[in-house]
Design a protein around this ligand. Structure first.
Ligand SMILES: Nc1ncnc2c1ncn2[C@@H]1O[C@H](COP(=O)(O)OP(=O)(O)OP(=O)(O)O)[C@@H](O)[C@H]1O
Ligand SMILES: C[C@@](O)(CCOP(=O)(O)O)CC(=O)O
Length: 204
């Protein structure tokens, strides 16, 4: 499909915009969705991808570790948030636009929305395709995954911007004692399969 306005992406059939607190399991859950659908059908978009790339380059840091889930990125998180916010203030859609470049799959999974402006950007560009998904876990579980409260991070917009005022289409509870992830993800996967099959019909 042609890219609208030469932006470098095809029009998606479905856009699943994920958010959740640190260590709620956003990457874990979105990776599982991509594994189930296959990377031909499902592309993962990380809004923090272009941010980390530019930040790593300017500060001489290890991009792979900033993209990972270990303690390295946590050392830089507060400064990265501040750095990204100066760019978002000038242009709230800056990282959304960069993250969508070159994505060709019919199903987009945005793994890390954090602000109302992120949701608004996708909803305004793709009003019919966008669905918002919240991943939630208890503080106890997040602590077992390496989280501890950090002032300036866990009480800032980056973590709290979507705590209220958002009607989520889906809520996934990523906890040991919740229904299995496969069970919870089933209706979302069904939606994605339907969307991708309608895209192959429209291409044929
Ligand atoms: N259901 C699960 N079962 C086993 N391990 C999990 C589960 N969910 C998350 N984890 C693990 O917990 C850690 C944090 O998960 P993940 O990186 O997906 O969280 P996140 O919300 O993306 O965090 P961040 O905001 O820091 O990027 C990872 O090591 C991941 O493998
Ligand atoms: C700097 C920042 O993008 C880090 C995100 O890292 P991660 O999605 O938790 O791996 C958070 C933000 O944009 O406020």
């Amino acid at each position: 499909m042609a890219s609208p306005g030469g932006w470098g992406f095809s029009v998606p059939e479905l856009v699943l915009v994920f958010s959740g607190k640190r260590k709620s399991g956003k990457d874990f859950v979105t990776d599982r969705i991509q594994r189930r659908l296959g990377s031909e059908v499902c592309g993962i978009l990380r809004l923090s991808g272009p941010l980390k790339q530019q930040y790593a380059q300017e500060h001489g840091l290890d991009l792979d570790q900033l993209l990972g889930s270990g303690p390295y990125k946590e050392r830089y998180r507060a400064d990265m948030i501040h750095w990204g916010e100066t760019r978002r203030l000038q242009d709230p859609g800056f990282f959304c636009r960069l993250a969508t470049r070159g994505i060709r799959q019919p199903v987009w999974v945005v793994s890390d929305a954090r602000r109302l402006s992120d949701l608004q950007w996708f909803r305004s560009k793709f009003p019919l395709q966008t669905q918002c998904v919240r991943v939630q876990s208890s503080e106890e579980t997040r602590m077992q995954r390496g989280w501890s409260f950090t002032a300036g991070v866990d009480d800032a917009e980056s973590e709290c911007g979507l705590d209220s005022g958002v009607q989520f289409d889906w809520i996934i509870t990523n906890e040991g004692d919740a229904p299995s992830l496969d069970e919870q993800l089933q209706p979302i996967l069904k939606l994605a399969e339907e969307a991708s099959s309608s895209s192959s019909i429209s291409r044929s």
